[in-house]
Design a protein. Structure first.
Length: 143
């Protein structure tokens, strides 16, 4: 393909992406973001919900993982849990509580008032393969 044709094809492709890309205020392009806001212990201490705020234009899965004590504490995590839900990726911002289920390595109960490592991920999962779109990892005090 000649250089002039390649430039023409690239220009047309870039223009098409700008036309169909979802936009936010003042015409800015929306990028995928996710943030773990808080983590709340309920019931018998084995039920945990992580409040997550996210915005995405691509993706189909929102997943959360929690470890207590946090991995960086130097102690082996005694309580580990994970949650998974469908992500609605239409360029709008959503906030929801994701239930976190204990995994096989879970010992005791989630400790309110103690820190936990919390991670949240927006990904595209197709035929068992995942592509990471956005992630967040932070230390949160369990409420």
């Amino acid at each position: 393909m000649a250089t002039r044709q390649r430039i023409s094809v690239l220009g047309a492709t870039a223009a098409a992406l700008l036309v169909v890309a979802p936009t936010g205020a003042a015409g800015t392009v929306v990028r995928d973001t996710v943030r773990a806001e808080s983590a709340t212990v309920l019931g018998d201490g084995r039920n945990l919900f992580v409040k997550v705020t996210y915005t995405c234009t691509t993706g189909n899965t929102l997943s959360v993982a929690v470890a207590q004590p946090p991995v960086k504490s130097g102690q082996r995590p005694l309580r580990v849990g994970a949650g998974l839900t469908t992500a609605k990726c239409d360029g709008r911002t959503y906030t929801l509580d994701v239930p976190v289920r204990p995994t096989g390595t879970f010992t005791g109960t989630w400790q309110k008032g103690r820190t936990a490592a919390v991670g949240a991920v927006i990904s595209t999962v197709v035929q068992g393969k995942a592509r990471l779109n956005a992630s967040d990892s932070r230390q949160l005090l369990l409420r």
